[in-house]
Ligand binder design. Sequence first.
Ligand SMILES: [Zn+2]
Length: 266
Amino acid sequence: MKNRKAATFLYLLGDRGIIDMGIRRAATVEEAVLRVRRRRWYCAAVLNDIEADLTALQGHIGNKMEDTNLWKHESGFKSNFSTFETWRMVRETRTQCDWVKDIWFSQATPKFSFIAWLAMLDTMPTMDRVSRWNQGVDTICVLCKNAHESRDHLFFECSFTSQVWEHLVKGILSNDYTKDWHEVVQLITDSSMEKKKLFCIRYAFQAAVNTLWRERNKIKHDDKPMLLHALKKMLDKGIRNKLSLVKAIRGKGMEEVLQFWFSTRL
Ligand SMILES: [Zn+2]
């Protein structure tokens, strides 16, 4: 502190602040502290705060301790640097959304969860959103060519995507089956549901959202999309592979999850 340049602490004030306080640009903190003999008052509140801090430091000047670097943590200044603490100090904190664990659940496939997360927030570049900043674009759904594209349409009002969704979950949900986005969200966030049933629905939801979004993008980029029956088969196989792994891990409440999946195939 003795040798550190006071101006590095005062740079935000600019020259005006430094001149008002009578501190040389090249002054050390020690010089700035010893300069204060009698408490001064300034028009700018920040200068009064700095003056108060400099006055508070007076008792510490004079000891021969060497300068040390300190890092600000939530609990105060410490000599160790922590990326976690620093991130906490600089980030803007918000309340955690209540469905975070329903998307980033145990055994989920991260790339599926990521796309599902975007869908939950409705931040995918679906044509209803694109048309807000790029008027005149074609907003017709490229999968059914029969309605305007939106998040709710793609998942799963669309006559094409709804067939995939129905194939995956109708046997599990029976009378509770729905293709309405908001009702689907209620299902995947229903923690009172039997564990293996909930896992199958959540995983099928994320796999379907990811795969159907990819197919939609293929058509947008003039690539050849998969045929409906091949798409259903591929998704079903991917989910079965996942359930085999989950079965091998033997999570509590997940016993015979693969058999459960087979028993719900129509
Ligand atoms: Zn459609």
